[in-house]
Design a protein around this ligand. Sequence first.
Ligand SMILES: [Zn+2]
Length: 747
Amino acid sequence: MITKKMLLILMLLIFLSSISLAQRKVYDYGNLTAEDIEELRQKPNPCAEMKSRRMEGAIKQRFLNNAVLEDGNQADYDVLHYGIDISLNFGSQSIAGHVDYLLKSLVNGLNAVDLNLIDQLIVDSITVNGMNTIYNHSVDLLTITTPTTFDQGDEFAMAVYYHGQPYSGYGYTDGGMGFDVHGGYNICWTATEPWGSRNWWPCKDTPSDKADSIDIIIEYPSSYDLASNGVIVEEEDLGGGRKRTHYKSNYPIVTYLVAISCADFVIETKTWNYQDYSMPVYSYTLPNAYESREVFDTLTLTMLNHYSDAFGVYPFVEEKLANANCGVYGTMEHQTCSFHDPFAWYYDNVYLLIHENGHQWWGDMITCETFNHIWLNEGFTTWTEAIFYERQFGMAAYHQDMSFKKYLGGGTVYVEDVMTDVIFDGNLSYNKGSWVVHMLRGVLGDSTFFEAIHAWYGSEFQYGTATTEDLSAVVSNSVGMSMNWFFNQWIYGNAHPKYEISWMCEPDSTAGYNLYYFVEQAQQTGTYFKMPVKTTFVTTGGNFDTTLWNNGLFDGYTLWFPDSVTNVIFDPQEWILRTVSQIPFSMHIITRTVPDGEVGNPYFQRLEAAGGVPPYYWVMLGGDMPSGLVWEGDTLATISGVPIWPATYYFEVQVTDSDSPPKSEIWSYALIINEESQYVAGDADGSGAVDIADAVFIISYIFSGGPAPEPLQLGDADCSGAMDITDSVYLITYIFSGGPAPSEECW
Ligand SMILES: [Zn+2]
């Protein structure tokens, strides 16, 4: 019989369960909608948040301890191997044990070793090559005197025995090693980027020196489990409720990626099969996050496929990948073992999974040499999230995700000062950094770009550390031209271009149309950006897509179309981090450059203007006409004559229209007069003969920003006074259909 009380309890339970259902939306990861992606995107970026807080904590810690910022003589030696061997005491929240080292001297006469270790951890003894030695431990620096000196290339072993309470932060999230109770479960975790490894073990705490391999041997309560880097090579029950687990990794690793998480986990194992590889994938889940584990296990396999296809096989495929819960808020990309806050996990923060594990390629395999170049970790990985969506849902999802990451503010991606700037700035290191990779893709095109990404993956920096300059060198080598200009302006340059475009389309004399198209960069930063700009010209005869190089604060283009142009769409797919606005076409000088002249050869060039109210009135304001040439200005502007002296001549002209009030524009020219030589009319590429390559050369110059004929008249095959698409047609007619030959008469 159901009593009233039972009924009330039942109703209450239904009510409560409907609340929790309403709170937690379960996503169908096989069929995410655009709305789902938007919602998932709105979840916080735990990577940036957690690391920024840890960094604040680390800086605060250094100031509070009055610690020196230098790391002693750490540049004088190379770490070859670390062996951490400690026991965890959950009751006293302390550790005890030792760290073994294999070091190599990089200098002659090395007689000391400086390690980072916080003062509250007590050093018991130190040996070098088995001999006890003296040391000094103050202001978080452990200076060990070696009993003998070592010369460059000498290898030696060292061991530091220590104990005490590790540091877990002045606040909950500062980082280091913490003993916490999470959802009722004991957990010991570490999270240490950027400089928190010294909070639990003595080490050379910098990203610039990777150890070639590491052993991590931890003793802990036998009812718990341990997640760490590499693979378990030995596990031993010690009796008395204690056990010891020995992890080993043979991949190079930096100190901030060394981590342990120890708790009573639920462990799941899956197998990832890819090409000839077969690798275990684990999840270490606290029981209160168990419900959402399956989604993450499945997503991890999908993610491994997508990223391996896009960049190169998962870099630590000989070992494993694990996702483990940790006790601290946020998430961290520890090598072969990413950590995630179980609450974030519970709320389906898919970014957390595809971001942290993207770091296994960018950040773990290739690590920033210093935190000034953190965008190589965070920018690359933030962009990698969009690659996950592209591989899963197609190109539109990629662009949608990139549009969420757009940051249109000031600051440089390069971190100028790691002690005062925010290394983990979500806007600069993450979002703008991701756009730099996205823009590189836009500049290079997919096949060249992904070749360059594979070159970066397989470069000398694989499993090493790198700077922006290293990336630029690898990409430049891969694409066959220097890309320094690209990285300089986007990594070290401030802000972004603010484009203002204007255009005017007029019928020309050949039943086609001339488009006068101007692109101005209106940002007030004192610099301009050089970028190829994908542009769609909408004409009455259909759309015409091309790429125009924009390389100045003010660029003008005259383009010929068979049909009238009704719209110009600048960077339609948003491959550039920019703003763009259309402004009314004003009056402009459309002859932006004048062709070279040649000593002894007749020269004729007319300057043209467009827009405003004709007629136009031209004056030369100053500068020098080449000797032998005459400037004539009034309603027409011409330069004509026969040059007699080779040199470069500079002059400035002004044009004014007949509007009320009148508009005017001033433009400067450089006119190069070359030595006399023999040109072949129509030989646009200067090969010495007129052939189809010359027609292609002209098309490439007009539409794709290719090199110009030298002198320009070589491309003016029909002697119209300007080089345009009709010259290409003229040459093709001459070569294939017996049309008239290009003539030198007109120049
Ligand atoms: Zn990250």
